[in-house]
Design a protein around this ligand. Structure first.
Ligand code: MV4
Length: 450
């Protein structure tokens, strides 16, 4: 049994994990950089250990310091949250070598999915549909040309070590392929120290739909439906929904069955997310995230599940204790990420919170670690809160989010709340009619209309 969890993270997700631990009677250990000495996750933890200077490289990514903190406090498990060390296979391995439970998948599964080529090869072998493209890494430019001719232009060359939009190059026609090939390889080598690349047909107007799964250590895997994360700008998600306005129940069941069968055959354990591009009624797997995600609350609201509690139970070796038929999805949920940024230029706006009033009422959840007097440090990302609403229908969820954003007061820093209000009022958003390109076009139109 797990009785004390070290949370290797900061901000709202550190608090989110603490809350689950407290309800389960589990003690918590916070770690923090010197810049976070006054952070909420430090104040609310049972114990706290300073692990280094502000730079994440020397604190939240400092494996030796984190393991020392776990040892001196007698923690028996580590939850990595998202970002930082959450998808670092060596970290997961080291944690387990020290006799602690890693609250996440096996190091082997993290490694397999971290390489986008082995992730795709694995999923293909398990019957998950993929984007048409190369079978594995491209050995040379000639191979790139041949695959591109076969699948048809435009194509994308992607880095095996990439993901999240880094190391991707489009070739619109055969005239571009040589350049895309060499630029993608050079960027991949510079960014990741690995110049392996693969090729896919470029999908021009997909939605980004991801499926939440949980597997236990006994081979049981269930899914909790999908999230539509198409509303992003420069690969930063801004607003997410569960379920996707584009999917039918039959489509959800079909992709869910395919994915859970695949992950069960892999022996996948703990929380994971399969990312798909969805266009013209087709799902194409692109990547798998082997961690809890920022946007997990929309799934929690719709499925009435505590995903962090489930992660901890799974890491203690407990069976899921329910089957797919027990997972019931009800209503619609929306999350707005509230970043301390200028809502027009997206410039970060660090500073001190002067006034803060969180919205409330039926179906409203605010996950945040800010408080009046809190100084947002400039060293980390700019997300200061996640506002999540749940309602019986999508239209009611939109109305509820609009009134919750109206209630929300954050003074002292700029936030993207005004942008969220414009998005929610937009007719095409309200119709659910959007792709991954919608938000960038919307922002450009706003700027042009000034
Ligand atoms: C694609 C694509 C179109 N076609 N692959 C970007 C991040 C990485 N996770 C995969 N990405 C994309 N892969 C093919 N074959 C378009 C994107 C893409 C994207 C995907 C999801 C969410 C937002 C995106 C924004 C731009 C491009």
């Amino acid at each position: 049994m797990i009785s004390k969890v070290l949370i290797a993270n900061r901000g709202e997700i550190a608090l989110r994990i603490q809350r689950a631990c407290r309800e389960m009677g589990i003690k918590t250990v916070a770690v923090h950089s010197t810049a976070d000495a006054d952070a909420m996750h430090v104040r609310l933890a049972d114990e706290a250990v300073c692990i280094g200077p502000p730079s994440a490289r020397d604190s939240y990514l400092n494996v030796a310091a984190i393991l020392s903190a776990a040892t001196i406090t007698g923690a028996d498990a580590i939850h990595p949250g998202y970002g930082f060390l959450s998808e670092n296979a060596e970290f997961a391995e080291t944690v387990e070598e020290h006799g602690l439970a890693f609250i996440g998948p096996t190091a082997e599964h993290i490694r397999t999915m971290g390489d986008k080529i082995t992730a795709k090869t694995t999923m293909r072998a398990l019957g998950v549909p993929l984007v048409p493209g190369s079978d594995g890494a491209l050995p040379d430019l000639q191979a790139a040309r041949e695959v591109a001719e076969k699948v048809g232009y435009p194509v994308l060359i992607k880095a095996a070590a990439g993901g999240g939009g880094r190391g991707m190059k489009v070739a619109q026609t055969a005239d571009d392929i040589e350049e895309a090939w060499s630029v993608a390889r050079a960027e991949a080598r510079a960014a990741f120290g690995n110049d392996e690349v693969y090729l896919e047909k470029y999908m021009n107007r997909p939605r980004h739909i991801e499926l939440q799964v949980l597997g236990d250590a006994h081979g049981n895997v269930v899914h909790f439906g999908e999230r539509d994360c198409s509303l992003q700008r420069r690969h930063q998600k801004l607003l997410e929904e569960a379920g996707s306005p584009a999917l039918t129940d039959a489509e959800r069941e079909e992709i869910g069955r395919t994915a859970t069968e695949a992950l069960s055959r892999m022996g996948y354990r703990n929380a994971g997310t399969l990312e798909f591009l969805y266009q013209d009624g087709q799902f194409c797997f692109i990547e798998m995230n082997t961690r809890l995600q920022v946007e997990h609350p929309v799934t929690e609201m719709v499925c009435n599940v505590d995903l962090v509690r489930e992660q901890i139970r799974i890491a203690s070796g407990e069976p899921l204790g329910y089957t797919q038929a027990d997972v019931k999805m009800s209503g619609h949920a929306i999350e707005c990420r509230i970043n301390a940024e200028d809502p027009e230029t997206f410039m970060p706006s660090p500073g001190t919170i002067k006034v803060f009033h969180a919205p409330g009422g039926l179906g409203v959840r605010m996950d945040s670690a800010i408080y009046v007097g809190y100084r947002i440090p400039p060293y980390y990302d700019s997300m200061i809160a996640k506002l999540i609403v749940h309602a019986p229908t999508r239209a009611e969820a939109i109305a509820r989010m609009q009134r919750a954003l109206d209630e929300c007061v954050v003074d002292g820093v700029k936030t993207v709340i005004p942008l969220h209000q414009k998005i929610l009022a937009d007719p095409s958003f309200q119709k659910g009619d959007y792709t991954i390109h919608w938000l960038e076009n919307f922002v450009a139109a706003q700027q042009a209309g000034k």
